[in-house]
Structure formats: structure tokens, C-alpha cells
Design a protein around this ligand. Structure first.
Ligand code: SME
Length: 153
């Protein structure tokens, strides 16, 4: 899928989720809906989910895709890189990322984004794995950031 087509799809997903998430303010329910919609509508989203930030740990939360690691080893891998820096991380080739945690060997590229509450405290990391290399760029980052802002609206 080219970038223009993908961006259009993200925009339609955003509008769909904006409506859907009005039904409850519960962040876990909102996260679950975000994973389900994105996972089934975006090509190459092989694993789509949240790691919840709890008491200094990253514990798996709502997700779609193959079974994932329950808890991520502290300060290791792509999710922790996003949590510790407070910024999204795009990894075109997971094998080239030192410390990458492989929950499933079919994952080839990855994007992780921190999720903050209204006070700016980190609450989760959103993680998408693709079974193709180089699946994510700044457009994915921007589009996913807009979607994630719906969680704590
Ligand atoms: N690859 C992630 C771990 C989570 S799984 O991909 C679902 C990481 O390096 O943090």
C-alpha cells in the first residue's frame, strides 16, 4: 500500500474511532478498540497492542495478534526505548536494533509510541510489529499519535 492510500485509511480509522470511543471514558476499553480496529484494517500489522506502564514495569495490555511477552525486561528493547525517551521509536529492521525483544520471530519492523494521560504521566506504550521490513515512517507516527490522543481525551 502506498503512503497516500495508507494515510487515507488512517484518517478514516481516526474518524471511526473518534465516534466509537465516545461510548466510554475507560482507557482500557479505548485501547482495546484501537487495537482491534487498526489490526484488522491495516495491512502488515502483525501484532498490535499496548504495554501498560505500572509501578515501573511494562506489562502486556489489550492486543491483537500472536501471543506476546507478559512483561518486558526493564530498559531493554523498543518499547522501553519509547517509554524512557518519551518519544516514538521507528525500527525499520528489528534485527539491527540492539536489545530488541523478539516475542515472535516473524516480526521484521516495529513502531512504538508512548501514551500519556492528561497530566503528562506515561500510562502505556503502543507497539505495532510488521511481518515486513521498513513498514513504518513519519506518516505512520503522526497518524498513530493522533489516534492515541483519543485515549485520554
Ligand atoms: N519487540 C518489543 C517487545 C514487544 S513484542 O514485539 C509484542 C520490544 O522490543 O520492546
Amino acid at each position: 500500500m502506498n503512503d497516500q492510500k495508507k494515510e487515507g485509511r488512517y484518517q478514516r480509522i481516526f474518524l471511526q474511532l473518534e465516534e466509537l470511543l465516545k461510548k466510554t471514558e475507560d482507557p482500557l476499553a479505548r485501547m482495546a478498540s484501537i487495537c482491534a480496529v487498526l489490526h484488522h484494517k491495516m495491512d502488515h500489522f502483525f501484532w498490535t497492542g499496548f504495554y501498560l506502564y505500572k509501578e515501573g514495569k511494562l506489562i502486556v495490555g489489550p492486543y491483537q495478534g500472536p501471543v506476546a511477552c507478559q512483561e518486558l525486561e526493564k530498559d531493554k528493547g523498543v518499547c522501553w526505548a519509547a517509554a524512557n525517551s518519551g518519544s516514538p521509536v521507528v525500527v525499520p529492521d528489528v534485527h539491527a536494533f540492539p536489545g530488541h525483544i523478539a516475542c515472535d520471530s516473524r516480526s521484521k519492523s516495529e513502531i512504538t509510541l508512548p501514551v500519556f494521560d492528561r497530566k503528562g504521566a506515561i500510562k502505556a506504550v503502543f507497539d505495532v510489529d510488521s511481518d515486513h521490513t521498513d513498514s513504518f515512517n513519519e506518516m505512520d507516527q503522526r497518524s498513530l499519535e493522533a489516534i492515541l490522543e483519543l485515549i485520554f481525551l
